[in-house]
Design a protein around this ligand. Structure first.
Ligand SMILES: C[S@@+](CC[C@H](N)C(=O)[O-])C[C@H]1O[C@@H](n2cnc3c(N)ncnc32)[C@H](O)[C@@H]1O
Length: 307
C-alpha cells in the first residue's frame, strides 16, 4: 500500500491533541498517531480517513506497552553499537518489526539490519511489501523458513551480504505458537544474542505429555492436575515458561518474567526478557532437573534443542 501525500494531510488534520490523548490515555508512548500515521496506515492500524478502528486501538496499545518494556534494552544497544542487528523470529505480518525499524530510523536515527523470519511465505510477502512501501527495505529484510533450520550467520549473510556479520544484538519472538517459541529461543541462544524478548503462546506440548501421564494408570501426586483439562493446560503453560526460564539461565542468560500488557487486554501477555551475561548457571540446571522430575519427568523441547 503506497502512502500518499493526501493521506498524510488527512492524518495531520484528524490527529488533534484531544483525539490522540483519547487513544494514548495521555501516556508518553514511543509511537503516536500524529507522528506515525504513515507507518500505522501501512501496517493496517489506521483507516483510509486516518481514524483508528476500535480493534486497532487494542493492538496499538499492546505494541506500545511492549515497546515501553523494550525501550531500556534498545536505548542501551543504540548507545553501544554503531549499527544494531535485530531478529524477529516468527514475525507474522511484522507489526513490531516494521514499527521498530521505523523508530530506529525516525526517532533514533540509527543504522540497523533487521531480519524477520516466518515459515509462512504469504505473511513474509506482506511484510516485505509493507517495508518497501515505507522505504524501509534497506534496513528490514525477510526470509520465509522455519526458525532454527539454519544458523543465524547463514541467514544474515544471505540477506545482508554487504554488511559486517556478527551476533544478533536483539532477538524478539512474540506469540510464536507452542514449540515455535522453543525453536526461537534455541536459535537465539546458539547465535549468542545479547538480548532477547519472548512472549510465548499456545503452550500445548507439556499439557499433551501430562495428559498421557494422567491417562495411564500410574500413580502420581499431580494426577488431579494431569486429569483436569483446563487446570492441566493452565498449569502446563506456567511450568513450561518456568522451565524455559531455567534453561535460559543455565545457558548464561539473566531472565525476568513480566506481564507486558494489563491482563484485561489479552491472556497471552507473559514476556520473558533476557540479557546475556555469559556465565552458565549450574544451579538453574539443577532447578530445571528437580522441577522436571517432580512433575512426572516430562520436559520441553527447548531442553533437547539446547543439548
Ligand atoms: C500467532 S503468529 C504471531 C506473529 C507475530 N509475531 C505477531 O505477534 O503478530 C505466529 C507466527 O509464527 C509462525 N511460525 C510458527 N512456527 C514457526 C516456525 N517453526 N518457524 C517460523 N515461523 C513459525 C507462523 O507462521 C505465524 O506467522
Amino acid at each position: 500500500m503506497q502512502i500518499t501525500a493526501e493521506f498524510t494531510e488527512k492524518a495531520a488534520r484528524h490527529w488533534t491533541k484531544e483525539r490522540e490523548t483519547k487513544v494514548t490515555g495521555g501516556k508518553d508512548w514511543l509511537i503516536k498517531p500524529s507522528e506515525g500515521a504513515a507507518v500505522l496506515r501501512a501496517i493496517g492500524l489506521l483507516n483510509s480517513d486516518a481514524s483508528m478502528p476500535a480493534d486497532a486501538v487494542r493492538k496499538f496499545s499492546q505494541i506500545n506497552h511492549m515497546l515501553t518494556l523494550l525501550r531500556p534494552v534498545l536505548e542501551d544497544l543504540i548507545s553501544r553499537h554503531e549499527q544494531i542487528r535485530v531478529v524477529d523470529a516468527c514475525c507474522g505480518t511484522s507489526y513490531l518489526t516494521i514499527l521498530l525499524a521505523w523508530l530506529l530510523r525516525k526517532r533514533w536515527n540509527k543504522k540497523a539490519c533487521i531480519v524477520g523470519i516466518d515459515s509462512n511465505a504469504r505473511v513474509i510477502a506482506t511484510s516485505q511489501e509493507r517495508a518497501t512501501a515505507l522505504d524501509l527495505a534497506e534496513m528490514v529484510r525477510f526470509k520465509a523458513e522455519n526458525v532454527g533450520d539454519r544458523p543465524w550467520d547463514d541467514i544474515f549473510t544471505e540477506l545482508f551480504p554487504d554488511e559486517a556479520a556478527g551476533r544478533p544484538h536483539l532477538v524478539l519472538s512474540l506469540h510464536a505458537c507452542d514449540t515455535a517459541t522453543d525453536h526461537a529461543m534455541a536459535f537465539a541462544v546458539n547465535a549468542k544474542a545479547d538480548a532477547m524478548a519472548f512472549a510465548p503462546c499456545c503452550h500445548a506440548e507439556l499439557a499433551r505429555k501430562w495428559k498421557a501421564v494422567g491417562d495411564s494408570k500410574a500413580e502420581h501426586p499431580f494426577n488431579p492436575i494431569f486429569q483436569t483439562p483446563n487446570i492441566r493446560r493452565e498449569t502446563a503453560a506456567h511450568v513450561t515458561d518456568t522451565m524455559r526460564m531455567l534453561l535460559l539461565r543455565s545457558r548464561g542468560y539473566e531472565v525476568t518474567a513480566t506481564e507486558f500488557v494489563p491482563s484485561a487486554h489479552t491472556v497471552k501477555n507473559r514476556l520473558l526478557l533476557c540479557q546475556r551475561r555469559g556465565q552458565f548457571l549450574k544451579s538453574a540446571s539443577a532447578e530445571f532437573t528437580g522441577l522436571k522430575s517432580a512433575l512426572s519427568g516430562e520436559g520441553i523441547l527447548l531442553e533437547e534443542l539446547l543439548t
